[in-house]
Design a protein around this ligand. Structure first.
Ligand SMILES: Nc1ncnc2c1ncn2[C@@H]1O[C@H](COP(=O)(O)OP(=O)(O)O)[C@@H](O)[C@H]1O
Ligand SMILES: [Mg+2]
Length: 245
């Protein structure tokens, strides 16, 4: 059996009386493309944020590569080896594509500027960034920005990459491109945790899934088992268009 790269134990994040994440125990194995799904407001982003140190958990524990990272701040989690792209692309708009990735190498992996530039060149190739690396980020289209965001995250030498709603705003053709890219990142040795609404992407790329509903974990298994689970189908009731799309 593969090694567990990430484990949460009874992880909870409450906002006042709202149990956004409630007692969630999941594990991600090395080499997984792990999908975190659930209806809108289920707690997917909050679970990612809690693991990634955006805010500390209310209770529970997080292990990464066997090491306790519970309560680590965002930069500590990043240095431990977890990085992420965001639902809303957060590249520095005034910087070029290249500079964005260089920043990732300097602050994420502690590279010198020279090293970070070399790494950025390599990564922009790896993500098949199609334009001039000196293009300002604020003139790039959605797919180009997503490639830059991924290169920037990978520049930190992370071993686990979180992707939040990476398919949002993409055309069907771009969706296929992103699927190819996600697989290539995994094949390069980076484990992936995807939060995604779009079932087409989830069913095509994920080998394991966890389903959240009102903050609680209701299923965790291979996709075929999860999608035939009665609790999961109920959770998606009224949201069936999403499940079938
Ligand atoms: N910073 C916050 N403060 C208060 N409530 C929040 C905060 N972030 C998320 N929530 C609430 O937590 C619940 C889960 O949200 P979220 O994790 O964004 O869900 P998902 O990503 O699955 O759509 C929602 O009810 C949301 O309104
Ligand atoms: Mg979300």
């Amino acid at each position: 059996m593969a090694k567990k790269i990430l484990e949460t134990f009874n992880l909870s994040k409450h906002f006042g009386g709202l149990k956004a994440v409630d007692d969630v125990s999941i594990y991600v194995e090395e080499g997984d493309i792990f999908g975190l799904i659930g209806p809108n407001g289920a707690g997917k982003t909050t679970l990612q944020n809690t693991i990634a140190g955006t805010f500390p958990p209310t209770s529970g524990k997080v292990l990464f590569e066997g090491k306790d990272i519970t309560g680590f701040k965002a930069h500590q989690v990043c240095h431990a080896g977890i990085n992420r792209t965001f639902q809303i692309v957060r590249s520095f708009p005034r910087m070029t594509a290249m500079q964005n990735v260089v920043v990732g190498g300097i602050f994420g992996a502690g590279l010198t500027e020279t090293q970070a530039i070399a790494k950025a060149k390599e990564l922009l190739k790896f993500v098949e960034f199609p334009a001039d690396p000196d293009t300002p980020a604020n003139t790039l289209n959605t797919m180009q920005l997503k490639r830059v965001e991924m290169a920037k995250a990978l520049a930190s030498n992370c071993r686990l990459l979180f992707l939040d709603e990476v398919a949002a705003g993409l055309t069907p053709g771009e969706l296929n491109d992103i699927i190819v890219l996600i697989r290539r990142i995994r094949d390069s040795g980076v484990t992936i945790l995807i939060v995604e609404h779009l079932m087409k992407l989830i069913m095509e790329v994920c080998n394991r899934l966890a389903v959240l509903c009102f903050g609680e974990l209701i299923a965790m298994d291979v996709p075929s088992v999860v999608t035939s689970d009665e609790k999961v189908c109920k959770a998606y009731l009224g949201d069936s268009l999403v499940l079938n799309s």
